[in-house]
Design a protein around this ligand. Structure first.
Ligand SMILES: [Zn+2]
Length: 406
């Protein structure tokens, strides 16, 4: 037990299921000058709450520290934009939204989603805490408040009669340290028949596919429907529908409202989660021991390759990669460098492990024998892009869910 209060129900009986050690912030890439300075490290421990079934990390890094390092990449991937456009179109149709409606998005970013409502003539309000990003949205004509959403902002909106037919919260709930304040705020700004559409990564595929490298300090919570239901019902909200989405390794899209009964899909997924054991600590404790085994296997594989004088590099200076390298203790003694397509990252160094980040073209010049895939979610794309590496006999190492050479 950790003695720390659960982020959802407040219980102090959290069970530690996996410790990834003290790691630097996954997105805190370093400049050359910073390599000689001490790096801030924080415990990265995953815990399960037996009271409400919420999986969470125990440490909350202050947002100022977490986001001061944040590199902001403007353009959203094409697939994300298509997903946003289809979502807006479907919601406008099914909810019959028009000029008298209001759609609010929490953590609205640069207006990537709200723009599609606005184009259809539906009034919108974005709420975005990052000033530079909120400004980018306003420049595109998207009405945006620069604020952290919570009960205070919700009460202000409520007082002035700004109530929403639809509230969107995409991939923000896992980042919120005051979960109850955030959800209470949603309940406050919804019209009586309004709906909140919330997307969160699902903990079930993370555990089943051993995607432990999606754990980092920015992700405070890892949700099951069981845990979400407990959280929402505490604030008078009901999960009325759920859909599984393939994005981010497996996500849930929830429809949450102040009234209505859970759909068949909700009941079915709850049954499935309970049958799989997502409400019990054993499910997560086993995940913890499988992750520890994976670390041993991966280290063993890399050590064998190094013994045969193989030259190794990494592909993808991602946050995932940071967790994987730091937890497994893979650094300069094993990898010569890491490549990444993002020009913003090139020239910097990976947190904790201090590997230089170079352009993908370097693979052709330096010709490593193996590339460790640190962005396994993009495996197909990377294999395609690096066909020259494969043609000359270069191989890839896929670390998750079990280390293998392809
Ligand atoms: Zn709890």
């Amino acid at each position: 037990m950790t003695g720390i209060a659960c982020r959802s129900c407040g219980s102090r009986h959290l069970e530690l299921v996996l410790s990834l050690g003290e790691t630097p912030l996954a997105n805190a890439l370093l400049t050359e000058q910073q390599l000689t300075q001490p790096e801030a490290r924080f415990p990265l421990d995953l815990a399960f709450c037996p009271e409400c079934a919420l999986v969470q990390i125990t440490e909350t890094v202050p947002p100022e520290q977490l986001f001061s390092h944040y590199l902001y990449f403007t353009s959203f991937a094409e697939t994300m934009l298509r997903h946003a456009e289809q979502l807006a179109k479907r919601v406008i149709e099914t909810r019959g939204l028009g000029r008298d409606s209001l759609v609010i998005e929490l953590a609205s970013n640069d207006g990537y989603l709200l723009q599609f409502y606005q184009q259809a003539g539906v009034p919108v309000l974005g709420i975005e805490p990052a000033a530079n990003i909120a400004e980018a949205a306003r420049k595109r004509g998207i009405n945006t408040l620069t604020k952290f959403f919570g009960t205070e902002v919700a009460e202000e909106l409520h007082r002035e009669g700004t109530l929403a037919d639809v509230v969107h919260a995409n991939n923000v709930l896992a980042h919120v340290s005051d979960l109850n304040g955030f959800v209470a705020g949603i309940a406050k700004v919804l019209k009586p028949d309004g709906v909140a559409i919330i997307e969160v990564p699902h903990v079930k595929p993370m555990v089943e596919s051993l995607e432990f490298d999606t754990i980092y300090h920015e992700h405070l919570c890892y949700f099951s429907l069981i845990a979400l239901q407990a959280l929402f019902s505490r604030h008078g909200l009901t999960v009325v529908d759920v859909e599984r989405l393939p994005i981010h390794g497996g996500s849930l899209q929830l429809h949450v409202g102040g009234s209505g009964a859970p759909s068949d899909a909700v009941c079915k997924l709850l049954e499935e989660e309970i049958a799989a054991g997502l409400d019990r600590v054993e499910f997560y404790a086993e995940f913890g021991s499988r992750v520890r085994e994976l670390k041993g296997e991966l280290r063993g594989l890399l050590a064998d390759l190094k013994k045969d004088d193989a030259r190794l590099a990494g592909y993808g200076a991602s946050a995932k990669g940071s967790t994987l390298l730091n937890y497994c203790g893979i650094g300069r003694e094993t990898l010569d460098f890491v490549v990444d397509r993002s020009t913003v990252k090139q020239g910097l160094y990976t947190p904790g492990t201090h590997l230089p980040i170079l352009a993908p073209e370097v693979v052709q010049e330096r010709r490593p024998d193996y590339l460790l895939l640190l962005a396994w979610n993009l495996t197909d794309e990377i294999l395609e892009q690096q066909h020259a590496h494969r043609e000359r006999g270069g191989r890839f190492i896929v670390p998750v869910p079990a280390p293998k050479v392809i």
